[in-house]
Design a protein around this ligand. Structure first.
Ligand code: MGD
Ligand code: MGD
Ligand code: SF4
Ligand code: MO
Length: 666
């Protein structure tokens, strides 16, 4: 048995260092390493069991051509040449008939590594002149907010949460979505830190918290503005910090003034006493840190809500000490952007928001989407408006290519399925978004079957279409080198990656905000009402849009992460049906009991699922976890059939949690 070092590039904040035990080229065991101190020698069950994903019965091992109706799962195995001939013929036919913008690449969170996304894939599609995909599933509104207020300033390292005296987990559930924060939270609490959780359901951390605000989904904006307003009104704001480090303070204060604690309490369903308690705990403790998750952004107010939450540490003067400030995604704090700019498309190329795939496939003209190329994503399970996505994928005049590891719902509808390697089978420059760690991971095992990496696939397509250029960095090694050459601190990082496989960008591993790192805005200050965001938000920044509930569809459906999948990745391993979780009051009002089957429905779609009564949910909120496949619901539709394809106020972000539904017993 040999032990090989690897790194996890999955769509998870933690970026674990892995030790992969390999025997005769086969993975026997995977454990956590210590290079990335956040991993601390342990990893999640998903990746401990990764061998099941690699070798399972649903692994795509060879190129496949469809030879039955779309979605039937009838394919024949072919070699790579025949498959790539088919891809070439399909893409060229689409371009000849409708022009290159009729080709739509579609990718998202399969891998967060630098070698598998925004690399040769972008180069290929951009040189082809294909439509651009706006990658807005996740972190688009919150990313815009964080960029507008603070530039790409690095957040408080998760390891530094032990120094905090007050920790706010705002719309984030680390027990499922970023497990390495959990022992750190425990250590902080043992040292006396107070814990506040803001979440419509009682998460494991909420159950331990000193204070749990349980708002109606989508009402974080009034809560954060009311807290800010109260801080100003009581003179508890940090005047000297704001005078030196902030812009648009007066304007922010004016906008927040519309929200008294009473009004925010009424809108959010949290009590005034609870909001007072929040102020007491947060203002009374130093250092205090806010971990802002992705729960607050997935609705119509998502951008403004995140901006208002991130404004709080500036107003309350929480920066400048270790363990004080905020953290969200660290992915903006170091990006080898200038190299990736080599791949950039012509700015006027048509752009399609990935949240509106269903509409794009079924409605768009001039040109229509005639060829769809999916990789690093499973949109039939993860995009909003699943009913229309399915209708689109069933179009007989749509040519669909899917490059995948597993026979996903989306892959089942492809004309050509191409087998993709997993991160254990290809090289990856891995990074997470909760830690600033960057790791160079060599393949731990040979490709399974005929699988090829994204790099291998797209470099071959560049050649086939005659789009490769003399100065292209051809090998993965060359590309990696090129990426680092243009990145801040790249030379040192390249040497360290070569020597020991990991490195830390110039901002450092645990930077203190407003001491060691400053906002990367034009003037180095925090902008509380950034002009560009104010222009972008349809009714201006911090405008609150009302709850979209109607009399017919009064219940808010949320679809958070579950512990045993990453979005829809690994869900092939879930046996049994998806459930809809219902609060006791809502169940009683409808005569529902655990185990009863219901139709969860709205104007857009329906899912037929068994009920589970859950006292963890606030009344008026129901929950179906994200990531289920169609097989997990009796009628083949998941929460995504109920999610609208409307967009958040910033960044074109998804509004998964704006789904409003009714339940009817079956
Ligand atoms: N095991 C596992 N880990 C994952 C993932 C996974 O699917 N499984 N997904 C990865 C990805 S892609 C992401 S983006 C991150 C997401 O990580 P998290 O930010 O933890 O995201 P979610 O689970 O979507 O939502 C977090 C919490 O927000 C709450 N919430 C819902 N609506 C609202 C609201 O309006 N306001 C507030 N305050 N809270 C709300 C939910 O109840 C949930 O507990 O996790 C990553 N890690
Ligand atoms: N209802 C609901 N839906 C949601 C959300 C929600 O809150 N509610 N949240 C959303 C969020 S936060 C996110 S990030 C999205 C994620 O949505 P997706 O990006 O669709 O993520 P996954 O479901 O993980 O699918 C990724 C696929 O990429 C494949 N893959 C992995 N590595 C590679 C590779 O190297 N090459 C290729 N070719 N393929 C690879 C995996 O096998 C997997 O099938 O889902 C969103 N969907
Ligand atoms: S999914 Fe997250 S917790 Fe699991 S191994 Fe990967 S980085 Fe670590
Ligand atoms: Mo995400």
């Amino acid at each position: 048995m040999e032990t090989r070092r690897s790194a996890c590039p999955l769509d998870c904040p933690d970026a674990c260092t892995l030790h992969v035990h390999v025997e005769d080229g086969v993975v026997r065991r995977i454990e956590g390493g210590h290079d990335n101190p956040l991993t601390a020698g342990f990893i999640c069950g998903k990746v401990r069991n990764f061998a099941e994903h690699v070798y399972g019965t649903e692994r795509v091992r060879a190129p496949l051509l469809r030879n039955g109706p779309k979605g039937s799962g009838e394919f024949v195995e072919v070699g790579w040449d025949a498959a790539l001939d088919a891809v070439e013929t399909g893409l060229r036919a689409s371009m000849e008939r409708h022009g290159p913008e009729s080709v739509l690449p579609y990718c998202y969170g399969g891998s967060n590594g630098f070698l598998t996304q925004d690399a040769w894939d972008l180069r290929f599609f951009h040189r082809l002149g294909a439509s651009r995909i706006l990658r807005t599933f996740c972190a688009a509104p919150s990313g815009r907010a964080a960029t507008g207020l603070y530039g790409r300033m690095a957040g408080v390292a998760l390891e530094d949460y032990v120094h905090a005296r007050c920790i706010v987990l705002w719309g984030v559930n680390p027990n499922a979505s970023g497990i390495h924060l959990v022992p750190i939270l425990k250590a902080a609490r043992e040292r006396g830190a107070k814990l506040i959780v803001v979440d419509p359901r009682r998460t494991p951390q909420a159950a331990l918290a000193d204070l749990h605000l349980q708002p109606r989904p989508g009402t974080d904006l009034p809560i954060a503005l009311a807290l800010a307003n109260a801080i100003f009104e009581r003179g508890a704001h940090d005047q000297s910090f704001l005078a030196t480090n902030a812009c648009e303070v007066h304007e922010f204060r004016q906008r927040a003034a519309a929200w008294s604690l009473e009004r925010a309490a009424a809108e959010s369903g949290c009590g005034v006493a609870q909001l007072e308690q929040f102020l007491g705990l947060y203002l009374g403790a130093n250092p205090a840190v806010i971990r802002c998750g992705w729960g607050p952004e997935r609705n119509r107010n998502g951008g403004s809500a995140t901006a208002a939450i991130l404004a709080l540490p500036a107003i309350a003067g929480k920066f400048g000490v270790r363990g004080g400030g905020y953290s969200m995604s660290q992915s903006g704090a170091w990006k080898p952007d200038s190299a990736r700019a080599l791949n950039a498309p012509a700015p006027n190329t048509r752009a399609i928001n990935m949240n509106q795939l269903g509409a794009a496939l079924t409605n768009l003209q001039n040109p229509p989407v005639a060829a769809l190329f999916v990789y690093n994503a499973n949109p039939l399970a993860t995009a909003p408006d699943q009913t229309r996505v399915l209708q689109g994928l069933q179009r007989t005049d749509l040519f669909t290519v899917v490059h995948e590891q597993s026979m996903t719902d989306t892959a089942l509808h492809a004309d050509v399925v191409l087998p993709a390697t997993t991160f254990l089978e290809h090289r990856e420059l891995a990074r997470g978004y909760g830690s600033l760690f960057v790791q160079d991971a060599a393949p731990a095992i040979p490709p399974v079957g005929l699988a090829r990496s994204n790099h291998a696939l797209f470099s071959e397509l560049l050649r086939r279409f005659g789009l490769d250029q003399d100065d292209d960095a051809l090998s993965e090694e060359d590309y990696l080198h090129q990426l680092l050459e243009h990145a801040p601190g790249g030379e040192r990082m390249a040497a360290e990656l070569r020597e020991r496989g990991w490195s830390i960008p110039p901002v450092g591993h645990t930077p203190v905000q407003f001491a060691e790192v400053m906002p990367l805005t034009v003037d180095g200050k925090v902008h509380l009402v950034p002009r560009e965001l104010d222009r972008e938000a349809p009714h201006g920044l911090y405008h609150y849009a009302q709850d979209p509930a109607t009399k017919a569809h009064p219940l808010a459906l949320i679809s958070p992460a579950r512990a045993d999948t990453i979005s829809s990745t690994f869900a092939q391993q879930i046996h049994g049906a998806a459930e809809v979780l219902v609060a006791p009051m809502d169940a009683a009002a409808r005569g529902l009991n655990t185990g009863m089957r219901v139709r969860v429905w709205n104007a857009q779609g329906a899912a037929e699922l068994p009920v589970r009564i859950s006292a963890d949910l606030r009344a008026g909120t129901v929950l179906i976890h994200k990531g289920y496949w169609r097989r997990h619901a009796a009628n083949g539709f998941t929460s995504n059939a109920l999610c609208p394809d409307t967009l958040a106020d910033l960044g074109g972000g998804a509004c998964f949690n704006d789904a409003r539904v009714e339940l009817t017993p079956l």
